[in-house]
Design a protein around this ligand. Structure first.
Ligand SMILES: [Mn+2]
Length: 290
């Protein structure tokens, strides 16, 4: 077992050398195309700060996940310029990481970051399913003039991987029709409400290797208010945690990202939720492999 060393810039305030880590944290403070509220570039920092107030012990799993070793990487730096360059930079960064040997958790940043991450995963894990938790289906071909917008991220990903969407409650008619035509597995929020077995149905529609992307606006604004585009009627904490737990029982979660946190001083609960979510994912990954 690696020996965690205190470090004030790291997730949970502890670090281990990269080679010894089971988990990698990659801060991706990318914000170029957000549409309503702004501030997602401050997301990774806020999650790492909030994580430093988490208890290291998980009482539900009865373990201290950080003892498996967490290494927080340097944030990716972005130059001003076309979205393509930033997307390429994210892809190259993730491609260079040992994503097969370690479990990578990326913190956004806006949702656009997920496409280059999935592209890098796809090269090492053929046939992956992408589980997409979000209020929005993000399936617009182009949004605000770019195909790399946060509103188009799943339109890009659907062409390279199977996608399963959960928590959706805001979309255009075009997106609605596309889902019907392509037979995309979309679990709408209104349908989840009246289906006691929705989590089982989500798991059934996933392949063996699952990449998890969580837009925090998939959660209800009552539990995650600090997002750029809050939508009423979302998922609650245990909906998401229980879903993740259920997935790890029969599928392999191979990596994940948590995106769209737009920190606000009066809504620090969202920062904390995001940090705890990342830690809960780590705990469940450990339990599923032991
Ligand atoms: Mn969203």
């Amino acid at each position: 077992m690696p020996v965690p060393i205190p470090d004030r810039n790291s997730f949970l305030k502890y670090t281990v050398p990269l080679e010894q880590a089971k988990f990698l944290i990659l801060p991706i403070p990318y914000e170029q195309t957000t549409s309503y509220g702004t501030g997602t570039k401050n997301g990774p920092d806020a999650i790492i700060k909030a994580s430093q107030y988490l208890e290291l012990f998980d009482e539900e799993l009865a373990l201290e996940p950080y003892r498996e070793g967490i290494h927080t990487l340097e944030p990716i730096e972005f130059d001003k310029g076309p979205a393509e360059l930033s997307i390429e930079k994210i892809y190259e960064t993730v491609k260079a990481l040992p994503i097969k040997k370690k479990f990578l958790i990326s913190f956004g940043g806006e949702h656009s970051i997920t496409y280059p991450i999935v592209k890098a995963y796809k090269e090492q894990f053929p046939g992956i399913s992408v589980l997409h938790v979000d209020a929005h289906s993000d399936l617009q071909e182009k949004f605000q003039g770019t195909i790399y917008s946060h509103g188009s991220v799943m339109a890009r990903i659907k062409d390279i991987a199977d996608i399963v969407q959960v928590g959706i409650r805001s979309q255009t008619k075009g997106e609605y029709n596309l889902i019907k035509q392509r037979g995309i597995h979309t679990f709408y929020m209104h349908a989840i409400r009246s289906d006691e077995l929705w989590k089982e149905h989500v798991v059934e529609s996933l392949g063996d290797n699952v990449y998890l992307t969580i837009d925090l606006d998939g959660f209800d604004p009552s539990v995650a208010p600090a997002v750029g585009t809050p939508e009423p009627g979302g998922l609650l904490w245990y909906d998401v945690i229980d879903l993740i737990k259920m997935i790890t029982k029969t599928r392999h979660i191979i990596g994940c990202d948590i995106v769209e946190l737009a920190p606000e001083p009066h809504a620090i609960a969202t920062d904390f939720l995001a940090a705890k979510l990342a830690y809960k994912i780590m705990g469940n990954i450990i339990v599923s492999k032991s």
